[in-house]
Design a protein around this ligand. Structure first.
Ligand code: SNW
Length: 283
């Protein structure tokens, strides 16, 4: 009794299988080798299955290396979560100077740059970005004795900036009576503040807050940089990678992962609404 249906099913299976083989043969035949590479490597990564990330070792709490040399911080944990959502567990972070970071992504040494990198039109000429994931302030951090409370007080002072940052660009444009002193990274600039060789350093808000606590400095001036939210920088012409990152990033915001990481790494900072789950947004 059962023979017949079984028989039929296997006949049907055979037909389906034959059709599948036919299809595979067709699709395998027509396109070039680059298509099969895309199949194994849908995001066009340097090494299939691995994401190489250009980052910073000293931009706590965004991206930094802990005592054991492991990369961690808000941006690192967010990116690692996003990568996992697109099926990539093998994420390798490498510390760079900020000034070389976008070029290293653009010329294909890294799949992505993750370092509180503000999305600007100028930067978009060399790299593409994911959607934004963090919008905050640029901060002038100084010794409380320096008497710096607003932009006018910067006249005649020596102000540190890290090369290639939005802080450098902003200072060049707006702090015209200030002597800018360029550093490769925040640690070098903070040492210079502590030794008194510069009066203040201009960096990202959360990084300033950490150094301020550590060294008895203060966040003297906060300048909104909401029009340049941080995004993940990726080489141009990788639309599948960009789309996958954006979808995963949106999911990390919608399920509260973004909020959890924000509270973990930026305790006490005002909670911006735009990246929260839609149920927690006011309109
Ligand atoms: O534009 C801000 C953004 O609104 C948020 O506060 C995170 O930082 C920024 O992206 C600015 N970050 C600087 C930049 O993009 C410095 C980055 C760094 O030092 N790692 O140039």
């Amino acid at each position: 009794m059962k023979l017949r249906p079984n028989h039929r099913r296997s006949a049907l299976t055979a037909v389906v299988a034959a059709a599948a083989v036919g299809l595979a043969a067709c699709s395998g035949g027509a396109p070039s080798a680059s298509d099969s590479a895309t199949e194994d490597n849908p995001y066009g990564l340097i090494t299939p299955g691995q994401i190489r990330v250009a980052s910073l070792g000293d931009a706590r709490p965004y991206t930094f290396t802990d005592e054991s040399g492991e990369f961690t911080g808000f941006d690192v944990e967010l990116f690692t979560d996003v990568a996992e959502r697109i099926g990539i567990e093998d994420v390798v972070f490498t510390g760079q100077d900020f000034s070389g970071l976008l070029a290293a992504v653009a010329n294909g040494q890294f799949d992505v740059g993750v370092a509180a990198i503000g999305i600007t039109e100028e930067r978009q000429q060399t790299v593409d970005f994911s959607d934004g994931y963090l919008a905050g302030y640029l901060t002038v951090m100084a010794n409380p004795d320096a008497g710096i409370a607003d932009e006018a007080d910067l006249a005649g002072t020596r102000l540190g900036v890290v090369q290639g940052t939005l802080q450098e660009a902003y200072a060049v444009k707006n702090f015209t009576d200030t002597e800018l002193v360029r550093f490769p990274d925040n640690n070098a600039a903070i040492s210079a503040v502590n030794s008194g060789s510069i009066d203040a350093h201009f960096l990202d808000y959360e990084a300033a807050k950490e150094y301020a606590e550590q060294y008895g400095l203060e966040n003297a001036i906060d300048i909104p940089s909401f029009d340049a939210p941080a995004g993940f920088a990726i080489a141009k012409n990788k639309p599948e990678f960009q789309a996958a990152l954006n979808e995963a990033l949106a999911a990390a915001m919608e399920d509260g992962t973004w909020k959890e990481l924000y509270e973990k790494w930026f305790p006490g900072s005002p909670m911006p609404e735009q990246y929260l789950p839609s149920s927690e947004q006011s309109e």
